[in-house]
Structures are given as structure tokens and as C-alpha cells.
Ligand binder design. Structure first.
Ligand code: COA
Length: 147
């Protein structure tokens, strides 16, 4: 497994991966079809070096995205793993990479608005639940990992 910054040319590939991964969350399909704009990997974020892809045997099987918050902490903006490759440690590796980058930027916490489907994953990665947040797609969990 290798993790590297995404390139602008990969944007469509990553958005297609995001859609496949998101459709795997039971109950999210209708919300996704109502809000197709939810599937977006911002070009500025790729150009800023905030999107990371994980390659396995030359194929991109997951990606994550981070952004610096006003308080200096880091937000985990996106995390998606190819459905056929889930539960093999890819998501955890991407979280660890984002935590390392966030730490190197001086952040003290990595934050995420977690999809409830991913609650047990984030807890397994060491995040704590600190609140809840109503997104336009439904309830989200405010979660935080101390760095
Ligand atoms: C959430 C997601 C990124 C996790 O990635 P992953 O590569 O499958 O997760 P990992 O294999 O690294 O899991 C690490 C640990 O988290 C826990 N975990 C992961 N998925 C889990 C699940 N569905 N149920 C319970 N525990 C889970 C397990 O403890 C797992 O370790 P184990 O497999 O040794 O038991 C992936 O399932 C995904 O892309 N989901 C769809 C999109 C999504 O909801 N993204 C999050 C948006 S906030």
C-alpha cells in the first residue's frame, strides 16, 4: 500500500469511487440521488495537496481529504474506500496518514463529521464522539481524535 497526494487528472476517478463507496451505506441512496452535488472532490483541495490516495497493486482503492480549520485544527473532509476493498485496513491507514500530516502542521486534533454508518470505524481509529450535527443529508456525528 502506498499513500500519495492526488493529482488533478484523478478527480473524476475519485468522484466515481466516492459515489460507489457512498451508495454502499444503506439508506443513503435517496439522499445522494436528491443531492448529486454531494459527490465532489474540490479541485482547489487537490491542488492544495489536501487529498491523498491509497494505491494497492497500482490501483487507487481509497482516498481522504483534509482542510485546515480556523482554529488551527484539521478537518477530515472526506474518506472513501472502494467497496470491494473495505475491512482490509485501507481506511485506517488513510486516517493515520491524515493524522500525521495534521500533526506536522501543528494541529492538536483531527475532526470529522462522521456518517453514522462509519461510527464504529472512527471509534476503532481512536476518535471520540463530542456531539451531533444535522447535515442536509441527515444526522452526522461530531467526532475528534487527539493528535
Ligand atoms: C468507513 C470506511 C472509510 C472504512 O474504511 P475500511 O477500509 O473499510 O476500514 P478499515 O478496514 O480500516 O477498518 C478498521 C477498523 O474499523 C472498524 N470497522 C470498519 N468498518 C466497520 C464496520 N462496517 N462495522 C464495524 N466496525 C468497522 C473495525 O474495527 C476495523 O478493524 P477490523 O476489520 O480489524 O475489525 C469505508 O467503510 C467506507 O468507505 N464507507 C463508505 C463511505 C463512508 O461512509 N465514509 C465515511 C464518511 S464520514
Amino acid at each position: 500500500m502506498t499513500i500519495r497526494p492526488a493529482t488533478p487528472a484523478e478527480r473524476d476517478t475519485l468522484e466515481a469511487l466516492q459515489l460507489r463507496a457512498s451508495l454502499g451505506n444503506e439508506g443513503d441512496r435517496e439522499a445522494l440521488l436528491r443531492h448529486p452535488d454531494a459527490i465532489e472532490v474540490p479541485m482547489e483541495q487537490i491542488r492544495a495537496g489536501g487529498v491523498f490516495v491509497l494505491e494497492q497493486d497500482g490501483a487507487v482503492v481509497g482516498f481522504s481529504a483534509i482542510a485546515t480549520r480556523a482554529d488551527g485544527d484539521t478537518e477530515l473532509d472526506a474518506l472513501f474506500v472502494e467497496p470491494a476493498t473495505q475491512r482490509r485496513g485501507v481506511g485506517k491507514r488513510l486516517v493515520e496518514h491524515c493524522a500525521k500530516v495534521a500533526r506536522s502542521k501543528g494541529s492538536s486534533c483531527l475532526h470529522v463529521v462522521g456518517n453514522p454508518h462509519a461510527e464504529r470505524f472512527y471509534l476503532a481509529c481512536g476518535f471520540s464522539i463530542v456531539g451531533s450535527f444535522n447535515t442536509r443529508f441527515g444526522p452526522g456525528l461530531l467526532m475528534r481524535l487527539a493528535l
